[in-house]
Each structure stands twice: as C-alpha cells, then as structure tokens.
Design a binder for this molecule. Structure first.
Ligand SMILES: Cc1cc2nc3c(=O)[nH]c(=O)nc-3n(C[C@H](O)[C@H](O)[C@H](O)COP(=O)(O)OP(=O)(O)OC[C@H]3O[C@@H](n4cnc5c(N)ncnc54)[C@H](O)[C@@H]3O)c2cc1C
Length: 305
C-alpha cells in the first residue's frame, strides 16, 4: 500500500512528488505516456514560484531569471511592473514547461518518489481507509490519491467531482512552425482589431506562433489543428501573408474558466489543471498549479504523520 499515489506526471504532479519527498513521504507517480512528449505549453514562472524554487535550491536548474523592473502582462494586457512584487529574488523566470517537469522528476526521484511511466489510470474506488486505482490490467492501493492529470482529469470524474464555470468565448491556436518569411512577421505581441498574435521568433528554426481570435470559441475544442488553420488565423489577424511550414505541437484552447466543486472528496485530492483551468496566457495556468503543489504537499504530509 502506498501512502500517496499521484496520477499524472506533468509539472504539478512531479513537483508535488518532490515536495512530499522533502516531507519524508515517498509517493508513487503514475504517468500515461511511456516517454515524456517534450512539448512545452507554458514557459513562464512568476515571482512566488521562483522564490519557492529558490528556497529548494532548484531555481538555477529550472530556468533563467530576470531581476529588477519587468514590464509584464496579465492575459495579454501589459502594464504590470513585476519588479514591484518581487521583494525576494527573481520577478520572472523563463522556463519551458517540459524542462521544469524534467528537473522536478529528477528531484522527486532523488527524494524517494517512484515514477512509473506508460501507466494510464482508468478508474478508482474509494474505501474507508484507502483508494484502489486501476491502471491498465493492474490494481494498486494508496491511502490517498492526488489527481494531477490535467484539465480532462480521469481522477476528478471517477471521484464524481463536478467541474463548472464559464464556457470559452474566444479561440486560441498555438504551434511551432518554420516561418518562411520570418522578418515579414512582427515578433512578440501584436494586437489588431481582429485579434492577437504572438510570435516567439527563431528565424533559422521553429518559431512559436499563437493566435487569439475574438469572434467565437472553437466549434470543436478537440478537433486536430492543421497548419492551414493556424496560417489562416495568423493571416486574418495580421492582414498579410504569413507563409509557414514544418508544424509541430499544434494545439487549440480557449478561455473557459472552470473549477472543481471541491479540491478533496474523501481520500481523493485534486491539484493543477485537474482542479482549475482558465485562460492561460502569462503563466497563470502553470503557476497556480505549482502553488497547489507547494501548499498541498505540506498539508498532506501533516495528515500522514
Ligand atoms: C495550448 C496551451 C497553451 C498554454 N499556455 C500556457 C502559458 O503560456 N502559460 C501558462 O502558465 N500555462 C499555459 N498553459 C496551461 C499550462 O500548460 C497548464 O496549466 C499546466 O500544464 C498544468 O500542469 P498540470 O501538471 O496540472 O497538468 P498537465 O500539464 O496537463 O499534466 C497532466 C499529466 O497527467 C497525465 N495524465 C492525464 N491523464 C492521465 C491518466 N488517466 N493516467 C495517468 N496520467 C495521466 C498527462 O500525460 C500529463 O503528463 C497552456 C495550456 C495549453 C493547452
């Protein structure tokens, strides 16, 4: 019997495993893909996360920090001076999510966590003093289960926890592409009456292109994104040709704001996107989840002692 089984080895699950390890608990992490995807959706850590990581001695391993005055944004609205809130250390840290996740996984393993990849959890049953999880053909028991398995959380659904809020009203697309006329596209954030486009330019390689269409949400949030769709969205917003090729990591999302009805149901807990989602631009998706990991681990470890 495990003390804690964490379902989902994304950034939040891996950091939670490490934080529990620091408290003397050795959790099991069950992660669906056999090999990490390497895809980074988020790339920004904010001051509070940076401070917490610094106290663990992890900040330098995770990313590059900038101190002092930093002009940043909330959901694309610029004008926030992050330097004003960073009394201790970095105000903002650039850290691709896939890299941070790898650092957290290494740290968790060193602290005694067991990480099993290629394990998809499909169901759970709660008992008075433990929870039984089904992963493939296997069953395993843990005193507590934490669902850090993302917005479409199987754990949340299996525990019967509702996920409600406001639906998406806008449509965002994201992808890494080779821009065939890289200097014909404005780098950084561009806002036009037709929407927003963000281009993190790598003229010789893959640039990250994100579009934000104000007109309506995606009719089908799960439909695969095509290169033609991303290109059409970029060209409509910029009102000029944006030739592109070699797509990678194409995805669609929106600004739905949903929250779990409770973050704990019996012996099942939720953290990260499994517990709350909202428009993620600017790092509030990843950072709120990492804050869950920092705070929840301490409370759970107290209960286990
Ligand atoms: C297109 C896009 C762009 C984004 N941009 C930003 C941004 O700019 N800034 C920002 O802060 N945030 C951004 N986000 C949000 C951010 O990526 C998430 O908030 C963050 O990934 C949440 O981490 P998590 O660990 O809670 O969940 P996830 O990263 O979703 O990880 C969940 C993990 O659980 C695993 N899993 C799922 N189901 C199961 C199962 N049944 N069994 C076992 N394992 C399972 C998955 O394989 C995955 O590894 C973006 C999100 C999207 C979709």
């Amino acid at each position: 019997m495990y003390d804690v089984a964490i379902v989902g080895g994304g950034p939040v699950g891996m950091l939670l495993a490490a934080e529990l390890g620091l408290q003397g608990v050795r959790p099991l992490v069950l992660e669906r893909p056999a090999v990490p995807s390497g895809e980074s959706k988020a790339g920004t850590l904010h001051a509070r996360t940076a401070q917490s990581l610094d106290r663990r001695g992890l900040l330098d391993a995770v990313g590059r920090s900038s101190g002092g005055s930093v002009n940043f944004h909330f959901s694309g609205m610029f004008g926030l001076d992050l330097g004003a809130v960073a009394e201790e250390g970095a105000s903002i840290v650039g850290s691709p999510q896939a890299w941070a996740e790898r650092v957290f996984a290494r740290y968790a393993t060193a602290l005694g966590a067991e990480i099993r990849r290629g394990q998809e959890v499909t169901g759970l049953v709660q008992h008075d003093d433990h929870v039984v999880l089904t992963a493939g053909a296997h069953e395993l028991s843990a005193r507590y289960v934490v669902g850090t398995d993302g917005a479409r959380s199987t754990v949340r659904r299996a525990a019967g926890i509702p996920f409600t809020g406001t639906p998406a009203r806008v449509a965002a697309l994201m992808g890494d592409v080779r821009l065939l006329d890289p200097y014909g596209v404005p780098p950084g954030y561009t806002r036009t009456p037709r929407g927003w486009i963000i281009v993190w330019l790598d003229p010789a390689g893959h640039s990250r292109v994100t579009t934000y269409d104000f007109r309506a949400p995606h009719p089908d949030r799960r439909a695969p994104v095509t290169l033609a769709e991303l290109r059409e969205a970029a060209e409509r917003i910029l009102d000029r040709p944006v030739p592109m090729a070699g797509p990678r990591n194409l995805s669609r999302y929106g600004d739905a704001a949903l929250q779990a009805g409770t973050y704990r149901e019996g012996r099942v807990l939720l953290a990260g996107d499994a517990a709350h989602v909202h428009f993620p631009w600017g790092g509030q998706g990843l950072n709120t989840g990492l804050a869950d990991a920092f705070s929840r681990a301490v409370r759970r470890a107290d209960e286990l002692r």
